[in-house]
Design a protein around this ligand. Structure first.
Ligand code: PAF
Length: 281
């Protein structure tokens, strides 16, 4: 497995792979890898001859006061996991390598990024879209794999590819959960044992919504109330939003027709957690 640290080495590597007819799969990550990431690597392997995992904690997608400085990092462990998963190359640049000191061009998706997490984190998706566009230009992937856990991010990347004509197929991998149902996330490591128990209420709430839906309930306010009641059982869980939106436009829905994304965000202690489910897909 190769480790590439510069933009020029990365681009050269990818051009050489393309020259010999190999298709490139990209799994963009911020490191501190877990089984959720590794499942995305697996999806890339199934589609392409070579797989690149990028590990880059992207400073411009963190807002002032967010956890950039404390974001968990463990490159040695990440490297080992990538090797075990058969990753062909790891792209591991520094922030200075990615952003010139006078960097002044950004990619701004202006519709899908306004609601849900974008409301609480203005500028976050501009940072994500910008770095992903840069990664596409550096890694030149045929396929890029993102996780459904960040559902809004995945939709924005699909829109980025469509609207800027990137020749990249976007694959969205399902949420991978711990045995107790907690959606895997690098940020779970911030949770104390007790907070982790409280955090389970996100998944429980989604299960309850799914159960109501399966039993025939199509009433948005009833489903929303059930979610709210379930999340409110733990006073330690501070709800940021409960949203029922169209799965492709991310517009709020008033009826449960078509594919509906139920997206939750909540704080448990100082940790912000998100989770979601798609019903009616
Ligand atoms: O999902 C993430 O880890 C990040 O937002 C991404 C896509 C790697 C961009 O920094």
């Amino acid at each position: 497995m190769e480790i590439l640290r510069t933009t020029s080495a990365m681009q050269k590597w990818s051009l050489n792979r393309k020259r010999v007819g190999q298709r490139i799969g990209l799994v963009p990550t911020m490191g501190y890898l877990h089984q959720g990431h590794m499942s995305l690597v697996q999806l890339a392997h199934e589609r392409t001859e070579v797989v690149v995992a990028s590990i880059f904690v992207n400073p411009i997608q963190f807002l002032p006061g967010e956890d950039l400085a404390h974001y968990p990092r463990d490159f040695e462990r990440d490297e080992r996991l990538c090797r075990e998963a058969g990753v062909t190359a790891v792209f591991y640049p520094t922030p200075e390598e990615i952003y010139a000191a006078d960097h002044s061009v950004y990619v701004d998706e202006t519709l899908l990024s306004k609601g849900l997490c974008g409301r609480q984190r203005p500028g976050h998706f501009r940072g994500v879209a910008t770095v992903v566009a840069k990664l596409f230009n550096l890694v030149l992937p045929d396929v890029a794999v993102f996780g459904q856990k960040d559902a809004q991010q995945s939709r924005i990347i699909q829109r980025l590819v469509r609207d800027l004509n990137f020749p990249v197929e976007i694959v969205v991998g399902p949420i991978v959960r711990e045995p107790d149902g907690l959606a895997m996330s690098s940020r779970n490591r911030y949770l104390s044992a007790q907070e982790r128990q409280h955090a389970l209420s996100l998944h429980r709430a989604l299960e309850q919504a799914e159960d109501l839906y399966r039993r025939g309930c199509r009433d948005v306010p009833v489903i929303r109330e059930a979610l709210e009641a379930c999340l409110s059982v733990e006073s330690a869980v501070k709800i940021e939003f409960i949203e029922l939106v169209d799965n492709s436009t991310l517009e709020p829905v008033t009826t449960m027709g078509g594919a509906v994304l139920i997206a939750l965000a909540a704080r448990v202690g100082s940790t912000r957690l998100i989770d979601n489910i798609v019903l009616g897909a």
